[in-house]
Design a binder for this molecule. Structure first.
Ligand code: MN
Length: 713
């Protein structure tokens, strides 16, 4: 036994002293039982300091008692490490059976929070720190979880010197400064916040800490003398007005002095508010009366009067602040508040709770949820009930942990498959199962806040299953699974393309590399602005057939006709580009080139586009994208070309159309527009085989009476 019966009683008496009240018999028994269970849980364990481990939870419980929290919080503090550190000697179920669900949940909450390893020390990580704070709040359905956790951290920081590993010490200090102190601040627990800050400050900037400590100590006597003088002056002024008040001197903690020096770039001696005074009165009205008295005694500094009673700070802080200049010409910062405000300023939410509890009306959980809502202001409107609010707080997101304590932030309802993909895409692809808090769970298991999730990786898995889309809750997970299948398809096409290359290379008796390096294929790639992989993929999906490839390379001359016949509707193979047979070309719609026109090839994403050389869309195209092109001489296909003619009367339109048909001109499209009574324009798309033929068509129309002008559009 680590503790004997007497020491157990001594511990409880110490709790009573710190709580400032006597405990009833049932509460004492409860605490005794808790200490007894803790002895079992921590038996044989020691702290880095060499003390038995149980000294830690007892000290944590003392901090909790000093905060004037309830007996359940004390019990939870005594047992806060029991589930995690007792190697199964103490379980959640045991605590629940022995002490009830509330205490078990607080212990469980502290256990979960303790598993988090906050990423700290990098400003860019600030977002992550916010996430951790959010997670703490989301997990701590009972705010006492956070109180106990803060007490735990405070004791660990008080004993941080026993941790030998410097890096670990610095990490803990940084985590305290960046995560836990701000949480204490948010809850308004100033006593814990300033101690956490100073303890971290000492670890992180030891020299600076010592320097400030010395500076504060140096003129302490002198400063205190003057302060006593001020306090006396003020007290006699207050007595004249029959005001009952408690006046005390006030000292800033080291970290906040240092912070102010750094932030404002000031020297220690330039800091105003080193010298401060606090006046605590009985009620709100008196606060304002006291301000008047102070301002008639000393001259107020303009711009330094702040009424946080009328407009409290976001963490609930209320007080009046003013800075005056004393008869010695030095600034003096004064805070004025009533007793309740004072306790709230020191103990924040806890004080609030204590007051309410005293009146026995308000449920702490409700208070807590309302406070949460205030912090997340966007949530403060539109809630019909606290239950709605609670649901919303819990519904939007869920925070879970990797076995290393890193936080993974997922949408509400997320499953292990979402977790796996959030950790790493490859881990997602090789999902083989999952353990949540040590137990194997199915893939559709819904994750809860604080769960520790471990993915079982299946190294030989060929990849995701389409089924997984049904279990994934996060859109990002779904997108990753879909992308996998798209890429897989592309891979298959690439493989098929490689098969074509292999066959063709074998046929013409060269290596695949030589084939890919051939002038013809290189040219095709540069004309279509594609790389080797895309070229191979096109072979795979048959955008380019094996026969076409052979023709491109100048083989299989005899099969060329067959291919041309198969593709006779498409105007390929009509143009020689750079002297080479070229398949897969397009004719530009802007200039409608016809055989006989001087032409040029322009490479584009869609393929090689044939324009007329004088097309205005070709001007400005770089030479690297232009390829000299020639018509083949044996073209028999027809090409559409647009002509425009100007005639003198619209009555002539039917005549012109019937003459064209009589002449066997193939008109594909015909329209006219009356510009004026003697000015009509006809647009006509006609099909021709060559420029020669088109010239004849123009000549024919020009010779019709009433036609004033015929031009190619
Ligand atoms: Mn602990």
């Amino acid at each position: 036994m680590v503790t004997t019966e007497t020491t157990k009683m001594e511990i409880i008496q110490e709790f009573e002293r710190l709580l400032g009240r006597k405990l009833e018999e049932p509460a004492i028994q409860k605490l005794e039982k808790a200490i007894q269970l803790a002895e079992i849980a921590y038996e044989g364990l020691y702290r880095k300091s060499g003390e038995p481990f149980i000294s830690h939870p007892i000290e944590v419980a003392k901090i909790v008692a000093d905060l004037k929290l309830d007996v359940d919080s004390l019990v939870a503090a005594i047992l806060h490490d029991a589930i995690e550190d007792s190697s199964g000697r103490v379980t959640y179920e045991m605590i629940e059976k022995e002490f009830g669900k509330d205490i078990a949940l607080i212990v469980d909450g502290v256990t979960k929070v303790s598993r988090i390893n906050a990423p700290v020390g990098n400003i860019e990580q600030k977002k992550k720190v916010e996430t951790i704070q959010k997670m703490l709040f989301a997990m701590a359905e009972d705010v006492r979880v956070i109180f106990v956790k803060l007490a735990d951290r405070l004791h660990n920081m008080r004993t941080i010197d026993f941790v030998e590993d410097e890096e670990k010490r610095r990490y803990k200090a940084m985590e305290t400064l960046e995560v836990y102190a701000p949480i204490a601040h948010k809850l308004g627990i100033n006593v814990i916040r300033s101690e956490l800050e100073d303890l971290s400050f000492k670890v992180l900037h030891y020299d600076e800490y010592q320097r400030i400590k010395n500076l504060v100590a140096q003129k302490k006597v002198e400063r205190e003398e003057r302060l006593t003088n001020y306090i006396q002056q003020l007290q006699s002024a207050l007595q004249e007005h029959d005001i009952d008040a408690f006046v005390e001197g006030r000292y800033k903690h080291y970290y906040s002095i240092w912070n102010k020096m750094i932030r404002k770039g000031r020297d220690f001696n330039e800091l105003y508010d080193l010298l401060g005074m606090r006046i605590i009165v009985t009620d709100v009205t008196t606060c304002y009366t006291v301000v008047g008295i102070i301002h008639s005694l000393w001259v107020p500094l303009p711009g330094r009067f702040k009424d946080y009673i009328a407009t409290p700070k976001s963490n609930g802080y209320r007080s009046i602040h003013t800075t005056v200049v004393t008869q010695f010409g030095e600034p003096l910062e004064i805070q004025i508040r009533d007793q309740q405000m004072h306790e709230e300023a020191e103990y924040g939410l806890i004080a609030h709770w204590a007051y309410k509890e005293g009146h026995g009306t308000i449920d702490m959980k409700q208070e807590w949820l309302v406070r949460l809502a205030e912090w997340r202001k966007e949530l403060s409107q539109g809630y019909a009930s606290l239950d709605d609010l609670k649901r919303e707080l819990q519904m939007s997101e869920v925070f879970v942990l990797t076995p290393k304590g890193e936080i993974i932030h997922l949408p509400y309802g997320a499953t292990p498959i979402d977790f796996a993909y959030a950790v790493h895409t490859e881990i997602g692809h090789h999902y083989g199962g999952a353990r949540v808090n040590g137990k194997i769970v199915p893939i559709d298991h819904q994750l809860s806040n604080g769960d520790v999730v471990e993915i079982i990786v299946n190294k030989v898995s060929p990849g995701p299953s389409l089924d997984w889309l049904r279990y994934a809750k996060s859109p990002r997970t779904k997108a990753k699974i879909k992308r996998f299948f798209k890429e897989k398809e592309k891979e298959q096409l690439l493989e098929r393309g490689k098969d074509v290359l292999r066959r063709v290379a074998k046929k013409i008796n060269i290596s695949i590399d030589e084939l890919l390096q051939s002038q013809e294929i290189q040219k095709y790639q540069s004309m279509h602005q594609i790389d080797e992989e895309e070229f191979t993929t096109r072979l795979g999906d048959k955008s380019i057939t094996q026969e076409e490839l052979l023709i491109m390379l100048g083989y299989k001359e005899q099969q060329k006709k067959k291919v041309e016949q198969k593709k006779k509707r498409s105007p390929t193979s009509m143009v020689l580009v750079d002297g080479l047979e070229t398949l897969d070309i397009l004719f530009a719609k802007c200039c409608n080139p016809i055989p006989g026109d001087s032409i040029v090839g322009v490479s584009s994403k869609r393929g090689l586009v044939i324009h007329r050389s004088n097309c205005r869309n070709v001007i400005g195209v770089g030479n690297d994208r232009k390829f000299p092109a020639l018509w083949r001489s044996d073209i028999t296909s027809q090409f559409g070309v647009v002509l425009k003619m100007e005639i003198d009367r619209k009555e002539r339109v039917p005549d012109i159309l019937s003459r064209a048909i009589e002449q066997k001109i193939e008109v594909r499209n015909f329209k006219f527009e009356t510009i004026d009574y003697d000015f009509v324009i006809i647009s006509m798309n006609v099909a021709v085989r060559s420029l020669e033929e088109f010239k004849e068509v123009i000549y024919f129309f020009s010779s019709i009476p009433g036609v004033r002008k015929v031009v190619r559009s």
